[in-house]
Design a protein. Sequence first.
Length: 257
Amino acid sequence: MFDPKKLLDGLLGSQVPGTGGSVRDNAGKAMQMAKDNPLAAGALVAVLLGTKTGRSVGGTALKVGSLAAIGGLAYQAYKNYQAGKEPAAPTQAQPELLPPPSDTGFHPSQAPQGEDEFTLMLVRAMIAAAKADGHIDDAEREKIGAKLNLAGLGNEAEQFIMDELKAPLDLDALVASAQTEEQKVELYTASRIAIDPDTRAERGYLDLLAGRLGLPDALVDHVEATVSAAKAPQPAPTSVPQVGEPVPANPNVNPRW
């Protein structure tokens, strides 16, 4: 049996390069990005297909691990909701990504079905969200199979992903797999991390999922705000000249002769 947490960390990579370059080159770059930042938006489709994704989730995802990072975002959203706060708008600075407290139902160790089964639940949720717009057809699945082989995830993990991609959506089973209120919030959070809902199909899927999970609208708004803040684009770093390094000329200033 493959390691579900390793699969989650491996698949939740940063944005994949565009379609330029060979399949092997793109797959190699994707897997390196996955190692650099194990939590990202639309990562499943990004790593395997190189299709468009949302912005990546930064912070300390690499340090805490993907499973704890998802729980941390869900916990933060739930805590803000219970405190009666207004959902916060995304800021320029990404919030620090922390794992949930160990004494709460959001911590992986508290999963009644066990961490491995809980991790598989989140992976299934993200795959379901990635399929929401109907983009993954037979042809795309063939491409996925080829890139999975290059990614080196292992035969069992590859087969698990392919089976999930082929399987019709069973929303009843997905919803039932969340055994606690905290897991319902995490399941929705993982689904929201997987996609940026910029199509009616994707937005409709998330709304349907929230409704079937019984999540209050205000709580969903907090999850949306928390995930959006974590996925906010970061400003490009400003290069500061070092001592003795020439200062670049300003093209808008005429030189003095």
